[in-house]
Design a binder for this molecule. Sequence first.
Ligand code: GLV
Ligand code: GLV
Length: 327
Amino acid sequence: QAIKVFVSSVIPTVGTDLLKAAGFTVSTWDNLTPIPRNILLGKAKESNALLATLTGRLDATFMDECKHLDVISNFGVGYDNIDIAAATSQGIQVGNTPGVLTDATADVAFGLMIAASRKMFYMHKKILEGNWKHFTPTENLGIELKNKTLGIFGLGRIGIEMAKRCKGSYNMKVIYHNRKRNTAAEELLNAKYVSFSELLQQSDVLSVHSAFTEDVRGIFDKAAFDQMKPASIFINTSRGGVHNEQDLIDALNNRKIWGAGLDVTNPEPMQKDNPLLNMDTVAILPHIGSATEEARNGMSRLAAENIIGFYQNGKVPNLVNPQVLQE
Ligand code: GLV
Ligand code: GLV
C-alpha cells in the first residue's frame, strides 16, 4: 500500500509533484485559510507523513494522538509551532527548510530598516489619506544609516546576509549576540561578539534573527528597550514572540528608541487599530519574509525532500531533532 502524505496547506506545486513522482498518495488542504485543528488531526491520523506549516500548532497532545507518524516536515525554517521534545519522544523525525529563504528574509529585514529610517510606510499612508501637501524643509525627516552600528541578535544564515547588506551598502560596523559564538561569521563580517546588554547599548540598528525558543520569549521587553539608544531602530523578522509588543509601543512613545520595522508581530495577525500602524517611524509587514517565488519554491522542494529522504534512506535530510535517531 502506498505511503500517505498529508499536506496541511496550499504550497507551490513543486513539492507535491515530487511527492507524487516518488509514488506517495498525496492529499492536501486546498483552502487558503489555516486548516482547523480537528481536520488536521483527522487527516494526520490517516497518514504516514505530514507536511505542515507554521499556522498549525503541533503540540504534545497532537504528538500523542499521532505517534504513528513517521515524519513531520515543516514548510519553514522556524519550527516553534512544533513541540520537538514531544515529537522526539514519540520517535517522529521532524524536518525544516533552511537556506532557501535566507536571502528573501534578509531582504525584508534590510527593506524594513530603510523604510523605518525614512518613515516610508507612514509617508505612503499620508498620500493615500490625501495629505501630500507641499515640500517642507523641516518636516518628515528620517535618519541616515551610513557608518552606523548594526547589532544582530542571532547571527546565523539570515543574520549574516542582513549584515552583508548593511556593510556593503552603508559600511556599518557589525556586533552580535548569540548563545554560541559564531567565529566563522566573525571573520567573514569582521563582527564583534558582545553581551546582550552591550548589544542593546551599542546598536544603532538592532535586528533579530534568532530562532524562537523559550529562552528568548519576550527578551525584548521594557528592560531591554530602556537600555537602547534613543536614536536606534529595532527590526524583527524572526518571530513576534521575541518582543513584548506593549513594551515596544511604550518604548517608541517614550522615545526610548527611535523606530521599528517588523515582519512578525505579537500576536499575529496584527489588528488594524494597533498603535504601531500609526507611528511615523514604524514599518510593518504581514510575515512575508520568505514570500518570493524562489524561496517558496525552494521551501516546497526541501519540505518534500525531507519526506522522500526519510522513506529512501531512513533519515530526514534537514532533520531538526537528531536525538530521535538515538531513541
Ligand atoms: C517562516 O517564518 C519560517 O520560519 O520559515
Ligand atoms: C536561519 O536560517 C538562520 O540560520 O538564520
